[in-house]
Design a binder for this molecule. Structure first.
Ligand SMILES: NC(=O)c1ccc[n+]([C@@H]2O[C@H](COP(=O)([O-])OP(=O)(O)OC[C@H]3O[C@@H](n4cnc5c(N)ncnc54)[C@H](O)[C@@H]3O)[C@@H](O)[C@H]2O)c1
Length: 256
């Protein structure tokens, strides 16, 4: 049986490490030609080197000119675009009342504006290539109040809303759009912030890991997110669009 993404061209942003890297690698293994894009060009290069046929790209997703260049460059180099994964994201861990407008805007800019810019410039290229899929990397924080990352959660709620509008507006153009909503996944985004969570929540050292173990059993791993991202990019999910796919070890299933 042919790999599920044979003949597809895919862009993954923020793919220099973490979830984006795992998605890029899984797409390559599934037969796609992958553009590994990141703000950190050296990290993108290192990841692309390990994926057959992949190319690396340096792009800040908050910069419209750079996003447009990413899309145009992909079409020029690889002949089209079928799958787009706006994955780049950041978090700043602070109580709401300590956040500055600058902090708020920085998080909104990467996590929400970045998805809009990728969609705005990427979707026309997908349509011109005969259709495809947008797989937004959202979060379970889109559904609930999220202490210390209120800006991040608001941005992710925006990503979920944007995913639904994208799905509805583009359905007749052959573009599906879905949102993956992971719980806590073992990446630098989480581990680098664990001590800040512990200090702000009054937890002892290691207490954050215990909260995660209680809520979702364990951290998710990046391959588990990538596996769902392959499904949502492929024709195997052909009737799925406008949906949120939660991946959280059951955290959302329990009040306690
Ligand atoms: N790790 C989790 O628990 C978790 C849970 C839910 C959702 N997510 C989402 O998954 C996505 C990836 O997160 P991760 O955990 O892999 O984070 P990570 O910090 O490991 O990797 C993020 C990558 O994004 C890149 N990046 C940052 N700002 C950028 C910009 N302006 N333009 C382009 N690239 C930029 C970084 O260089 C880095 O390579 C994010 O959207 C995040 O919100 C993560």
């Amino acid at each position: 049986m042919a790999a599920s993404l044979d003949g597809k061209v895919a862009i993954v942003t923020g793919a220099g490490k973490g979830i984006g890297r795992a998605v890029a690698e899984a797409y390559g293994a599934a037969g796609a030609t992958v553009v590994v894009s990141d703000l950190d060009g050296a990290a993108a290069e290192a990841v692309a080197t390990g994926i057959d046929g992949a190319t690396a790209n340096t792009c800040d997703v908050t910069d419209e000119g750079q996003v447009k260049a990413l899309i145009d460059g992909t079409v020029d180099t690889h002949g089209g675009l079928h799958v787009l994964v706006p994955n780049a994201g950041i978090a700043r861990v602070q109580p709401l009342l300590e956040k500055s407008l600058e902090d708020w805007r920085a998080v909104m800019s990467v996590n929400l504006d970045g998805v809009f810019l990728c969609t705005r410039h990427g979707a026309p290229a997908i349509i011109a290539s005969g259709g495809g899929a947008i797989v937004n990397i959202c979060s379970i924080t889109a559904f609930a109040g999220s202490p210390l990352v209120g800006d991040y959660a608001a941005a992710k709620a925006g990503v979920l809303s944007l995913t639904k509008t994208t799905a509805v507006e583009l359905r007749d153009h052959g573009v599906r759009a879905n949102a993956i909503c992971p719980g806590f996944i073992d990446t630098d985004l989480v581990t680098a912030n664990a001590e800040k969570f512990e200090s702000a929540l009054g937890l002892p050292a290691g207490g954050f890991d215990e909260v995660i173990a209680q809520k979702q059993g364990r951290y998710g791993n990046v391959e588990e997110v990538a596996s769902l991202a392959v499904f949502l990019a492929s024709e195997r999910s052909s009737f799925s669009t406008g949906s949120a796919f939660v991946l959280d070890g059951g955290a959302d299933a329990s009040l306690l």
